[in-house]
Design a protein around this ligand. Structure first.
Ligand SMILES: Nc1nc2c(c(=O)[nH]1)N[C@H]1C(S)=C(S)[C@@H](COP(=O)(O)O)O[C@H]1N2
Ligand SMILES: [Mo]
Length: 199
């Protein structure tokens, strides 16, 4: 995988064309956490995919780091209206984990070590659209930004990108996660400005 954003066709893109409605660009990388930052040592870290059948697959840190690695460079969009262009990550495509379980489920719940959850259609985290990211800008991901590893799902508002990722739970029914239960949009497409339930 190269360093081009998904969808990049070799055409120059203006800042305006990359900025979803109601957003402003920032160079900073704000920290947004609903609670205290958990500290998960990598020797006690694991990532688990649980299918609706109860079947599970887990990876230790070393097993995860031995999987094929990708280096996506993507724009991210927070529902609090900041967008950050060309963020550079390193991690494993969620396809690599999800390919290891049999499922007929259409939805996924991302689960974090702090108890945070976010719900997603399975098709939004497959086919190269989402990663488990462990490095940012060439360095191990800092704890405040979700290290040791977080989800990266750049085509949806950034609340969907669960920090301190612990696993994925496949569900036949769509079940709202933490912010989705608290008034935020179920899907969260920044280009359609799906911020709240009423959008
Ligand atoms: N586990 C967990 N993941 C989370 C959050 C959180 O509170 N806990 N906040 C979300 C929100 S609202 C946003 S905007 C992004 C912020 O990521 P950042 O702090 O790296 O900018 O993480 C998302 N993932
Ligand atoms: Mo957010």
């Amino acid at each position: 995988m190269g360093s081009l954003s998904p969808g990049f066709q070799g055409k120059p893109r203006t800042i305006e064309s990359r900025l979803p409605p109601g957003q402003y660009p920032t160079e900073d990388f704000p920290v947004l956490s609903a609670g205290p930052t958990p500290r998960i040592p990598t020797d006690r870290w694991s990532f688990t995919v649980t299918a609706e059948t109860g079947e599970t697959r887990s990876w230790t840190w070393d097993q995860m780091m031995a999987l094929p690695q990708e280096e996506p460079t993507v724009d991210i969009h927070c529902v609090t209206r900041w967008s950050k262009f060309d963020t550079r990550w390193r991690g494993v495509s969620l396809d690599v984990f999800l390919d290891q379980v049999d499922t007929a489920a259409d939805f996924v719940i991302a689960e974090s070590f702090d108890g945070y959850t976010a719900n997603l259609p399975l098709e939004d985290v497959t086919d190269g659209k989402a990663w488990l990211a462990h490095s940012f800008d060439g360095y191990p991901l800092s704890p405040d930004h979700g290290g040791p590893a977080r989800l990266l799902i750049p085509h949806l508002y950034f609340w969907k990108s669960a920090k301190w990722a612990k696993g994925l739970i496949l569900t036949p029914e769509n079940e709202p996660g933490f912010w989705e239960s608290a008034g935020y949009h179920d899907y969260g497409d920044p280009w359609r400005e799906q911020r709240y339930w009423s959008d």
